[in-house]
Design a protein around this ligand. Sequence first.
Ligand SMILES: [Zn+2]
Length: 448
Amino acid sequence: MKKGFSFAALIFLVAFIFSNFSLKAQEIEASGYEFLKKAVAQISAENITRMIKSLQDFKTRNLLSEQKSDTFGSGAARRWLIKEFQKISGLEVVQDSYFLPAQGQRIVRDTELHNIVAIKKGKAARERIIIVNAHYDTIAVSRDGRFHYDDVNTEAPGANDDASGVAALLEMARIIAPLETEATIHFIAFSGEEQGLVGSTLYARKMKEQGRKVEAVLTMDMIGNIKAGNGYIDSTRIRVFSDDPSDSPSRELARYVRRVAEQVVPSFEVSLIFRADRFGRGGDHTPFVQEGFAGIRFTEARENYSIQHTTQDTIENLSVNYVMDVTRVVLASVLSLACAPEAPAVASERGAPLLGRGRGYDAELRWNWEGDREKIAGFKVYVRDTKAPFWERCYFAGRGDSFLLENVSIDDLTFGVSALGVNGLESLVSTYRMPPRRRAEYNFREIK
Ligand SMILES: [Zn+2]
């Protein structure tokens, strides 16, 4: 009798400790979301309006347009942008510059290309980089309604495409710069997007060649239009494009954004589109994805094709309130990523996933995480059906580096692990991915 009682008490105690831990983790997470909400509340309609207007007032920001004027063309726009970033203390502003000889159909003459990069240094000992970007160049069809890439000084105000993204970028740089972050953030205004993602391609290649640790790339391109050319209006959601497969790092980044937005901007919907981009299109996230980094694209729910790339792309034809909603989502996501701990590694250096079958018929997940464990509340284990779009179950795994799910087949489900900081901010979820199987080669001779 006495023995039975103490056993029951032990069960009760274990259950209490477990529920108490998860309850505490929820409290910690709530404080993280409060921090993000405070940051998001600082976004100013006035700032965003002023920046979109200033950018469209340069008339064109075509890569190949006028460079010397102080009021017209991409040279003036570039110098204005540098000044705007320099006004924000805590940022290092650099030009990432290239010479491009005339080539292909679109770079019709020799040119210089300048990406503007504003760097907010993080305090993590190991390098971690989050890239958030928009493109400051524009293009417009010529008077005959078609593109002529040598027609470089036709007016191309590009308020929506993509001054909306650049304004969001500047506004979030202003709000994030004074805050302490773990990861380093590169706020980048790319150029040459309209000539074929030129600036982002060169930057992505540079990051890859230098072996830089880019954790996430978030591209904002056209985030202000709410009315389609056929009259349909949608101001309630933003599309986020992410490339296949369903367990790719890009897809996981998209899920992260959706989760953060649900908590921080609940009135606005993040619509995940499980596709690299719109049909036949690419964006400045594309070159990063091609180099193996996680990259996603934010674009308005409803596009107006009759305004895009015309002199009609002005601030009167977009919604500043909508730009603000999208800015809230992206700012919260970037700040959360930058303040969260590094994600655990769930594969060996040779790429083998760190999971096994436990005692034969279990799922035993292991992970590596180098860092100060005092700074994390614990790890979170995620599970979903392989066909499910989003994580379905979550377990708190404490500060250890393994977790056992009894009588669970590792073949039938998708698993992931994240690290939750004591500040309530969570890392990306690292997914256990099946490495590609090599084709077998045999020595043989066919018998006829
Ligand atoms: Zn664009």
